[in-house]
Design a protein around this ligand. Structure first.
Ligand code: DGY
Length: 327
């Protein structure tokens, strides 16, 4: 029997993704793909990465030692179609000379826009309003009904003033906010441009009418928004998280929301995802939960797919990725 050996690099794509990325890779690579909108089962993923040159993955795939061992020594690139890479063991990848790619910038506008949408929806109680219209509890115009928190004159605290946090700050200014505070691991150079003031986390929590979580999840900040944090916030505070569910202790958030310690929360991310439909947070009127859709515009998702493919192509040609994680 004869075996025709392909000299084209092989890439495994872990999901159905915007076609533009697949088309780019097809020009130079052999592609195999999990052709579904649901995540590839772990055992199938482990089988399929064996002997691959590159992996195109999503935030649903844990890229750890076990997976890298199974992939074997040909693997040169792991590119995730996301800006977050907390699901990837980047230190282990670097140890094995595997380049890791991610997709910053191309989703910044979409994510900032959704963060503002979620903030407004939560603060102005849109969820309760929409269900009142549907279920008939909208009796008449009532002076004291469905009043919420406005941005005009408010203090906004942003935890993580990076690409997305800065874009959120810019979009909030025209609403007439009084002050923007931020807390970061290091001070942000562009903070002045958006009129944001660096403060300690404690100061931010104590003084903000809106607390926005826009930072990357790390082992150091996991669970940062816990009982201690919520107890420092104002009673009228609205908490918004468009980062990662792991930033929040959800039991503590439930307590804070149900006892009136804070006024409301809007989450685009939860632990786990999807959040079980019987989760206590879903029983609360003052908690708005979205299914991790911050980057979900056609433009942004197409650009993410394209960039992921370009990251892989570059690495396979021995070049630095256009957006490579620096360890
Ligand atoms: C990301 O990119 O990290 C988001 O969570 C999905 O767009």
């Amino acid at each position: 029997s004869t075996t025709i050996m392909s000299s084209r690099p092989s890439v495994y794509v872990t999901r159905r993704v915007p076609q533009i990325g697949v088309d780019i890779l097809r020009k130079t690579c052999d592609i195999s793909q999990w052709e579904s909108d649901d995540p590839v089962p772990r055992d199938v993923l482990l089988r399929n990465v064996e002997g691959k040159d590159a992996l195109y993955c999503l935030l649903t795939e844990k890229i750890d030692k076990e997976l890298l061992d199974r992939a074997g020594s040909k693997l040169r690139a792991v590119a995730t179609m996301s800006v977050g890479y907390d699901h990837i063991d980047v230190v282990e990848c670097s140890r094995r000379n595997i380049s890791v790619g991610f997709t910053p910038d191309v989703l910044t506008s979409a994510t900032a826009e959704l963060t503002v949408s979620l903030l407004l929806a939560t603060a102005r109680r849109l969820k309760e309003g929409i269900s009142a219209v549907k279920d008939g509890s909208w009796g008449t115009w009532k002076p004291l009904w469905l009043c919420g928190q406005g941005l005009d004159g408010a203090t906004v605290g942003i935890v993580g003033l990076g690409r997305i946090g800065t874009a959120v700050a810019k979009r909030l200014q025209p609403f007439g906010v009084d002050k923007i505070l931020y807390n970061n691991v290091i001070e942000t150079k562009s903070a002045k441009e958006v009129g944001a003031h660096f403060v300690s986390l404690d100061e931010l929590l104590k003084n903000s009418d809106f607390v926005l979580c826009c930072c990357a999840l790390t082992d150091e900040n996991r669970g940062l928004f816990n009982e201690a944090a919520f107890s420092k916030m104002k009673k009228n505070a609205i908490f918004i998280n468009t980062s990662r569910g792991g930033m929040v202790n959800q039991d503590d958030l439930f307590k804070a929301l149900s006892t009136g310690q804070i006024a409301g929360a809007g989450l685009d991310v939860t632990t786990p995802e999807p959040l079980p439909t019987n989760h206590p947070l879903l029983t609360l009127d003052n908690c708005v939960i979205l299914p991790h859709i911050a980057s979900a515009t056609y433009k942004s998702r197409n650009a993410m797919s394209e960039l992921t493919a370009r990251n892989i192509s570059a690495a396979l040609q021995g070049q630095e990725m256009p957006c490579q994680v620096k360890v």
